[in-house]
Ligand binder design. Structure first.
Ligand SMILES: *Cc1c(COP(=O)(O)O)cnc(C)c1O
Length: 360
């Protein structure tokens, strides 16, 4: 069996140890005589899986007791509507910072439900930087301020959070979930689709400060009402059972590695290797303002579209897959999430060096 190095932005690599453990437990989970895929979500054995996943997540992310952890479905994109329905219900205003397509989509969706304002945007330079804001930029009566923390398509990340004063900050952390420690207390809510860094597709995790719950609009569909899911410990209806189980295995893997401080150290070492190469290369260059570079998604170009296409083709043949940039930006993008081993990044850099020699 030979496995490729998968640089996909999502769904993306999972740790090999996790896949092996899931394979070993496929037919008989811990003596239950069933696969986790076959279990009732109301069974005792499944209860230990979902509760175990929540308590591991709380432990690793240091989530305070006044925050609810919800296991949801519908992807990050469903929350673009759920967030205004649940929280845009005081003044009916929400302020957004537009740092890419995902923030823009969240903004457009929220527009259907109230008075939204794009306070800042980096669209003028193809989202290659994080715009600076100050507290005065936000409307003091806004129900929340919304950001996308790590911009998967463009490769930027917030290194310093915007100062929103007392206004709750809500962040989409889909592509930086569990990549490094995060101070949850700085947010009213963080959430993300699991398929980038946490589990296979099908699971969305939301972490919400309790005092923000219970204010959903009457028209909010039951399945989009966070209070309903909180009151039912994420078991109002059938949750994505198997994905939550894999999530638990991934959390165990992170814990065994040494937790999120260690994860950050590993991710920084991987990203540094690739960025250092890009900064010294005469052929390849990174596309993002240095101070805003993501640890997770690294876009780069040669400056020549034909050469970009040649690189994508040859790298794929050599076992480095999904390096093609997002269809809206072109070029290349290496997504180097938690599960990408440092050997994978080293091998990619070696391959890029060789390509540069042959084509430079
Ligand atoms: C992938 C991604 C999304 C979309 O997630 P879905 O689960 O497909 O809806 C939203 N935001 C960010 C930052 C992403 O990376």
């Amino acid at each position: 069996m030979s496995r490729v190095y998968n640089f996909s932005a999502g769904p993306s690599m999972l740790p090999e140890e996790v896949l092996k453990k899931a394979a070993a437990e496929m037919l008989d989970y811990e003596g239950s005589g069933q696969s986790v895929m076959e279990m009732s979500h109301r069974s005792k054995v499944y209860d230990s899986i979902i509760k175990g996943a929540e308590s591991l997540l709380r432990e690793l992310m240091n989530i305070p007791d006044n925050y609810k952890v919800l296991f949801l479905q519908g992807g990050a994109s469903t929350q673009f509507a759920a967030i205004p329905l649940n929280f845009m219900n005081g003044s009916g205003k929400a302020d957004f910072i537009i740092t890419g397509q995902w923030a823009k989509k969240a903004f457009s969706e929220a527009k259907k439900y109230g008075d939204v304002k794009a306070v800042a945007s980096s669209e003028d330079e193809v989202y290659t930087y994080i715009p600076k804001t100050s507290k005065e930029d936000f409307r003091s009566d806004a129900d929340y301020v919304y950001i996308c923390m790590n911009n998967t398509i463009y490769g930027t990340v917030y290194k310093n959070l915007p100062d929103t004063g007392d206004i709750p900050l809500i962040a989409d952390i889909s592509s930086c979930f569990l990549s490094e420690p995060l101070d949850v207390t700085k947010f009213g809510m963080v959430y993300g689709g699991a398929q980038k860094n946490v589990a296979p597709a099908g699971l969305t995790i939301a972490i919400i400060r309790e005092d923000l719950l219970g204010k959903a609009r009457d028209i909010t569909p039951t399945m989009l009402n966070y209070q309903i899911h909180a009151d039912n410990d994420s078991l109002y209806n059938t949750p994505p059972c198997y994905t939550i189980y894999i999530c638990k295995l991934v959390l165990e893997w992170i814990k065994n590695l040494g937790g999120l401080e260690k994860m950050k150290e590993l991710n920084e070492a991987k990203a540094k290797m690739l960025y250092d190469f890009l900064d010294n290369s005469k052929l390849f260059k990174g596309t993002v303002k240095k101070e805003d570079r993501s640890l997770m998604n690294v876009p780069f170009v040669t400056g020549n579209e034909e050469l970009d296409a040649k690189f994508v083709k040859e790298s794929t043949a050599a076992g480095f897959v999904n390096l093609k940039g997002h269809r809206t930006v072109g070029g290349m993008r290496a997504s180097i999430y938690n599960a990408m081993p440092i050997e994978g990044v080293k091998a990619l850099v070696d391959f890029m060096e060789k390509f540069e020699k042959e084509n430079g």
